[in-house]
Design a protein around this ligand. Sequence first.
Ligand code: SF4
Ligand code: SF4
Length: 285
Amino acid sequence: MKIAFASGKGGTGKTTVSLNLALALSDVQLFDCDVEEPNCNLFLGFELEKVEDVICSVPVIDPEKCSLCRRCSDFCRYNALAALPTKVLVFPSLCHGCGGCTLLCPEEAIRESHRFLGLIEKAKEGSSPEFYRGLLNIGETMVSAVIKKLQKHIDDRKTAIIDAPPGTACPVIASIEDMDYCVLVTESTPFGFHDLKLAIDVVRALKIPFGVIINRYGLGGSKVEEYCKTEGISVLLKIPNDRMIAELYSRGIPFIREMPEWNEKFLCMFEAIKSQLAGGKEART
Ligand code: SF4
Ligand code: SF4
């Protein structure tokens, strides 16, 4: 089973929750898909090793062969090529590596070079949970390509937990679109409520079964809970606004390690997700 943890806004506790669930389960893989700012390993402290580079092909134009026919620039929907009267300009950072321009060029004036987007790392053998993360190069924009490469390491025989990036844009879609289930982590504040509704729109559009975790429960009223009830959305877990949980977080400790009573709660949540999927009883889409 592949479960993603997402949230409309950052800082709702998505990483905390995915980490704690991964620690409660056995034979599980954890993927930090927040490749612009992966922070799961701040809490795990694993020694990491590089698995592979993430690369993207980019065109290189041979001016000797180019007849300036413009076919390549007319074709590129990402505006990575601009045919001027005297030469074709290439903007590598806009190129998505589709290879279409190379195929189209009637003069065979385009060859492909490579650009490094980032890398994939994993925790050394024997670490529990089995942990992978993606790291996007600074200044790079091809976030989704790194996420997709990272998810190639999902082992279908194991439970995979995905810590998705915050927000509702392309990196989130890339992280959650192939999942069996999505947990939306929110907090019961006006901002949390507003962004939860955006995240719900996304999972409904993608037709992914989902449920909600309310973090810092008790803070800022009960609007989220009431909304979920009205909409028929499962509230999987409520994590109270607890000083000890906050202190453990600030010390980089997943709270399940010091508060073992939460182990059972996370396992129950996992069972609830499984029954929701088995019974086809999902939140309305
Ligand atoms: S490879 Fe695709 S995205 Fe890149 S410049 Fe060529 S057509 Fe554009
Ligand atoms: S398609 Fe080939 S020949 Fe035409 S402008 Fe592009 S590089 Fe030059």
